[in-house]
Design a binder for this molecule. Structure first.
Ligand code: ATP
Ligand code: MG
Length: 457
């Protein structure tokens, strides 16, 4: 904590509040889960249209309490209300007084406009998203989010941080406003070629983030702002992100398989089994210390190793969450997983992958998986079958076994690489961008260009 305090004092760009009264209770709370249904229901991407009275009152309160904000920004609407912040759309009133290197759209615009027209278009409004971080967030957490965003400022498909301000105990982050559509408005209609584009953009972002050895930890549709018309998205919300290696303690998953096998055979669990107890027996006086691991993230998107409290989680946890998004789109079910807690979440995954796999994967992290629920099969169900069930393709009148379309089958093969239970075998963002499922998006682009050339003659 002292380190964070010193870093906060030294931060050149930011003046951040130094009152630490609430931080510790926030730090203790490692489970940051939000209900996936709830969190997905509060995103509004509106423009200057009429706003509700309660929103207008909220904006007025914010403008009044955050002295000076109105000089630089004209607040327009509330566009997001998350667990940790409220996000407003605002017009940047002093845009022309600053260097706006972050504004790639403007650069593109200028490239294509004549100098005369450029002069006239200077008055065009420029929008930003102002993220008002709740004052109950620990300073350490606020600092972490801003510091990581600063580090990622030139990363592809990551929403850059323009600046940040503090007034008393309130910190705001200013980001470029990114026009996007609510995931719930388009995921049901997405065709496979559109999925390729969506994931090409998402993995471009994850490749940049992971190349800096940063885990996002909260990959989900509301944190990836996607514009289907432009086939472009940006990753936001680094509130739970962390550098790989933070707080690592050795986990069995990093041992050699011989070492792991040795440890398993000499474990307390193995001893209770040898003494003839049923597997569901537990030692009366358990001397093992309880296991703590970062489980931050959103329920339903957590990788199995997060649920199993792996103490050496790495960037591959984000790839699993991206897999859950692909499963959501292919199955047309959002949220796909809807568990009450981590145990429930593990059981949901067991339904798909079966007991055998879950036992195997648990041992990998030094955990024992037992369930007495008889309906779980040993081998689970194939993802193909689950997608067919979810999309109502179970029976045909002719009695022919329903099958996925060819391109859906290809998507499922890719999905297996993302929802790989062993993090070591899971595809990386870099590899995903080279996978045929994604590279075909480039072929589609070229085909479109050829078609355009043909039309133009
Ligand atoms: N740069 C932006 N441009 C447009 N909209 C944005 C931008 N940043 C955030 N938003 C909107 O605000 C919402 C909440 O932002 P963000 O995820 O950063 O906050 P949060 O409080 O951490 O949210 P949650 O707890 O729901 O994950 C986003 O889902 C998005 O709809
Ligand atoms: Mg968010």
């Amino acid at each position: 904590m002292a380190k964070a305090r010193a870093a906060l004092r030294n931060a050149e760009q930011l003046v951040v509040h130094h009152d630490y009264t609430k931080e510790d209770e926030a730090e203790e709370t490692l489970d940051e889960s939000g209900d996936p249904l709830e969190e997905s229901g509060r995103t509004i991407d509106s423009s200057d249209e009429e706003i509700e009275e309660s929103v207008a009152e909220d904006i007025a309160r914010f403008e009044e309490s955050f002295v000076g904000i109105t000089k630089r920004y004209r607040l327009i609407n509330r566009i997001g209300e998350g667990t940790f912040s409220t996000v407003y759309k605002a017009e940047d009133l002093e845009y022309n007084n600053y260097n706006n290197r972050w504004d790639t759209d403007e650069r593109e615009n200028r490239k294509w406009t004549s100098p005369g027209h450029r002069k006239r278009s200077v008055k065009r409004p420029h929008y930003v998203a102002i993220k008002k971080i709740y004052v109950t967030s620990s300073p350490m957490r606020i600092y972490n989010e801003l510091e990581l965003l600063y580090d990622l400022k030139n990363s592809d498909s990551v929403c850059p941080l323009i600046t940040a301000f503090r007034h008393l105990d309130q910190v705001v982050a200013v980001l470029p406003y990114f026009q996007h559509r609510d995931f719930r408005d388009y995921y049901r209609d997405m065709k496979v070629p559109e999925m390729r584009l969506y994931f090409r953009s998402l993995f471009t972002a994850l490749r940049s983030v992971h190349s800096k050895k940063i885990l996002h930890r909260d990959i989900k549709p509301t944190n990836f702002l996607y514009n289907p018309e432009q086939a472009r998205g940006v990753l936001v919300d680094f509130g739970l992100a962390e550098r790989e290696g933070t707080d690592w303690h050795q986990c069995a998953c990093t041992l050699s398989s011989e070492e792991r096998r040795y440890r398993i055979s000499h474990s307390i669990h193995a001893q209770t089994q040898q003494s003839g107890h049923q597997p569901a027996c537990y030692p009366k006086n358990d001397t093992r210390s309880s296991r703590r691991a970062n489980r931050a993230g959103t329920r339903g998107f957590r990788a199995p190793e997060v649920l199993l409290k792996c103490t050496q989680q790495n960037t591959s946890i984000d790839m699993w969450s991206a897999g859950v998004i692909l499963l959501t789109i292919l199955s047309r079910r959002f949220p796909f997983f809807h568990s009450a807690d981590d145990i429930d979440a593990l059981l949901e995954i067991t339904t798909i992958f079966g007991r055998k796999k879950m036992k195997e994967i648990s041992l990998l992290h030094g955990q024992v998986f037992e369930t007495n629920i008889p309906s779980y099969s040993d081998n689970g169900h194939s993802l193909e079958k689950i997608i067919l069930w979810c999309t109502g393709r179970t029976k045909t009148e002719t009695g022919i076994k329903p099958e996925l379309e060819e391109d859906e089958k290809e998507a499922v093969q890719f999905l297996y690489r993302l929802m790989e239970c062993d993090p070591d075998k899971r595809i990386t963002a870099e590899e995903a961008l080279r996978h045929p499922f994604i590279t075909r998006a480039f072929e589609d682009d070229e085909a479109d260009d050829d078609m355009l050339d043909l039309v133009r003659g």
